[in-house]
Design a protein around this ligand. Structure first.
Ligand code: BES
Ligand code: MN
Ligand code: ZN
Length: 498
């Protein structure tokens, strides 16, 4: 999709389709009012007739309006003006893109960007416009035998700004939104790929590819022997049962000053979580291919980061393996030694995410990081707590937690904080090692984070549990690309760009 910015009289825009918003009051404002005047009140008549009442989700396509240069005018209902927030703005944008896909228009101009709530601002409106559009146009077709020809006509989409002076700031924000949108798409595709294709080796190859493509990311891949030398006994205990070689991927993006401490992102990369010897029940087990969505979000964020050329130093770490049963697999009762030296009694081999993350978190110490954020489809309990709407956030540093919450709000990729107070640590006690790897049913997401907290004492750290938000089940089964929007907005803010 070719994105651009336009300003000037909407009635004079030569385009396949012009998108115009209508609130439920049916009072025409902004571009709608200008267009209405240009076509001598035709739009007002149609809106008055009851064919377009401004209800959110509704659209009406008009052809060849007199006095208007555009071939088509697409009216989009926006709901009540008073209730028009970022959520409603995004929905209107999504509805308009779906409607445009159904037309024969090759190019279109959307004036919805001018209606974005004041709080969102011009830059926010542009970022969200690109993000929502790319999310709507995304199709997974890697393994579709009959690639349905959905080659919709639309190839170019422009968004308008009310004032010409806003064009350059709007362009920068639009480019950011586009970069983030492509990062989201990469994360979605990596998640959607079948687990026999998206193996640890595949993830490592994708990271190396990203390094080559961008030219600004250095990629190192550690093999099993390297991990053995480092003492990553916890990570390797998860990789004991699989025939797929585990990988430890380190990506370095250095866009900031040499002396500046890096932000480290750590993504859980379980390419298939069978549960291991503590085998999961069969129903829905296919969805455990998505257990690498934390890793996918790190790759997606890195792609966006490189495209936006942010002046930051960022390191991405991805411990990746399958979790499989087998004759060599780790047993419940086994005790392993982590890279930190702390020993772990493995009471349930299905609590494997924390076992690979803890060694990556210890490895992160070598970067002397400004902060570390890990992203993981860590606990089913997080879905019980927050559903599929909100990611779980836990942190050992309040300002870092607040930054991430704010980034989630701005990006509309929201998270909510849960406590990791010392009181919960008791649940991880073991009679046979420094800790057990499970804390029982109460507060399952919190005790998982409390486990990780034992490995993050040397730096500021936050943990995002994306078990409920990284993918959708049911008829719309598929990766969401979350939390790439949150992470990229966090980085944009750190770079002083928001
Ligand atoms: N990958 C799962 C968590 C998960 C489950 C994410 C379902 C999304 C949907 C994780 O490795 C896991 O199995 N966690 C266990 C932990 C338990 C054994 C303490 C869980 O949540 O049941
Ligand atoms: Mn598991
Ligand atoms: Zn898992």
């Amino acid at each position: 999709m070719e994105f651009s910015i336009k300003s000037g009289s909407p009635e004079k825009l030569r385009t396949g389709a012009l998108v115009v918003g209508v609130f439920e009051s049916r009072k025409l404002g902004g571009a709608a009012a200008v267009l209405d005047a240009a076509c001598k009140g035709r739009i007002g008549d149609i809106v008055g007739s009851g064919d377009m009442e401004g209800k959110s989700g509704s659209t009406l396509l008009l052809h060849a309006l007199p006095g208007i240069a555009a071939d088509r005018v697409l009216l989009v209902g926006l709901g009540k003006e008073k209730e028009f927030g970022l959520k409603e703005y995004r929905e209107a944008m999504a509805v308009s893109v779906r409607a445009l896909r159904e037309t024969g228009a090759k190019d279109a101009v959307s004036t919805l960007t001018e209606l974005a709530p004041r709080k969102v601002g011009t830059a926010g409106a542009m970022r969200q416009a690109a993000l929502v559009t790319l999310d709507q146009l995304y199709r997974y077709d890697t393994h579709a035998r009959n690639k349905k020809d959905e080659s919709h006509a639309l190839v170019a989409l422009a968004f308008t700004v009310a004032k010409k002076s806003a064009t350059s700031a709007a362009s920068e924000a639009l480019a950011q939104g586009e970069a983030i949108g492509h990062g989201v798409a990469l994360a979605r595709t990596l998640g959607n790929l079948p687990p026999n294709v998206c193996t640890p080796t595949h993830l490592a190859e994708q990271a190396i590819e990203l390094g080559k493509k961008t030219g600004s990311i250095t990629v190192t891949v550690l093999e099993r022997a390297d991990m053995q030398k480092l003492g990553m006994g916890s990570l390797l205990s998860v990789a004991a049962g699989t025939r797929q070689p585990p990988k430890f991927i380190a990506m370095e993006y250095r866009g900031g000053k040499k002396s500046e401490a890096p932000i480290v992102l750590v993504g859980k990369g379980i390419t298939f979580d069978s549960g291991g010897i503590s085998l999961k029940p069969g129903e829905g087990m296919d969805e455990m291919k998505y257990d690498m969505c934390g890793a996918a979000s790190v790759l997606g964020t890195f792609q966006a980061l490189a495209a936006m050329k942010l002046p930051l130093n960022v390191v991405g770490l991805v411990p990746t393996t399958e979790n499989m049963p087998g004759g060599a697999a780790t047993r419940p009762g086994d005790v392993v030694k982590s890279m930190s030296g702390q020993t772990i009694e493995i009471l349930n081999t299905d609590a494997e995410g924390r076992l690979i993350l803890c060694d990556a978190l210890t490895y992160a110490e070598r970067y002397d990081p400004a902060c570390v954020v890990d992203i993981a489809t860590l606990t089913g309990a997080c879905i019980i707590a927050l559903g599929h709407v909100t990611s779980g956030l836990m942190a050992n540093d309040d300002p870092l937690a607040d930054e991430l919450l704010a980034a989630g709000q701005t990006a509309w990729d929201r998270a909510w904080r849960l406590p990791i107070w010392e009181d919960y640590q008791e649940q991880l006690k073991s009679n046979f090692a420094d800790m057990g790897n499970i804390g029982g049913r109460p507060a399952g997401s919190i005790t998982a984070a409390c486990f990780l907290a034992r490995f993050t004492k040397k730096y500021k750290w936050a943990h995002l549990d994306i078990a409920g938000t990284a993918w959708k089940s049911g008829k719309d089964k598929g990766g969401t690309g979350r939390p790439v929007p949150l992470l990229t907005h966090f980085l944009l803010a750190r770079a002083g760009k928001i």
